[in-house]
Design a binder for this molecule. Sequence first.
Ligand SMILES: NC(=O)c1ccc[n+]([C@@H]2O[C@H](COP(=O)([O-])OP(=O)(O)OC[C@H]3O[C@@H](n4cnc5c(N)ncnc54)[C@H](OP(=O)(O)O)[C@@H]3O)[C@@H](O)[C@H]2O)c1
Length: 266
Amino acid sequence: MENKKVYLITGGSSGIGLAIAEALTANNSQVISISRSEEKINRALNEKPQLKGKVDFIPGDVSNEESITQLRNYIEKKYEVIHGLINSAGVISVGNLQTLNSDDWQKMLDVNLTGPFLMTKTLLPLLKKANGASVINISSIAGLRPGTSIGYSVSKAGLDMLTRFLVADLGPYNIRVNSINPGLVKTHLHFDNDLISNQQDYDKMVEGARVRHPLKKVGEPQDIANMVKFLVSDEASWISGAIVPVAGGVTEENSFLMPKEDAILK
Ligand SMILES: NC(=O)c1ccc[n+]([C@@H]2O[C@H](COP(=O)([O-])OP(=O)(O)OC[C@H]3O[C@@H](n4cnc5c(N)ncnc54)[C@H](OP(=O)(O)O)[C@@H]3O)[C@@H](O)[C@H]2O)c1
């Protein structure tokens, strides 16, 4: 393991997590992923056969403390240390106070918020061993302002506060903690969480999002992976506590002030 970086990604079997896994396998790093379904792991290996043997896909559930403890024991025995923990696993159900049921609310808090808390807490001894580790929480622009789901926005706003809280807790161990807040990124998220059932509706949703992003494009998983690559690198060694939108400018979108079609100001 001499000189080899070890990165652990949650949800590395799909979308953003999978792109991060691919990006981090460069430089001969060891990448480990934890996710639940065998089917998605197989889908990932079909999409990216070059990752076969390069990413150690471990079955597990980030909302289950016992599962995380088993993962820690496995990593401790096989890899000894973790240089980077990237919490990317996430779920979403759409709804507001009146329409979201309490099971879906709880699921989003369990996976999107308690998951990163438990992962960081349980794996801390292995992060400390790196003497310069990085924790990155994949949050969302929905954590910065209300989005389409009350539970999702609350879980991601909580995740950003977890990031900020851990900065002072973990700084003395030379562990940096940062959030990345993506805008709309084309992944399996909306299909896999049953928000969308056909390609036509998906294309419509993506197009609607595209025009709301000032750069007039939605994101690709690689856009997020590029920021992860930077934040885990030595070039980012003085960055901790950053909440970084990687979102095509959509956080600063201001047409709500005066819809463009009504604009009278030149
Ligand atoms: N796509 C977007 O537009 C977008 C925008 C902003 C933020 N994000 C955030 O980016 C992250 C990645 O999303 P994505 O778009 O890449 O979604 P995705 O393609 O659906 O991937 C989600 C991954 O999380 C895993 N996962 C879900 N629940 C898990 C659990 N309990 N334990 C372990 N793994 C679990 C899934 O595998 P299993 O189901 O097999 O466990 C899958 O590998 C999420 O946190 C999401 O909230 C996405």
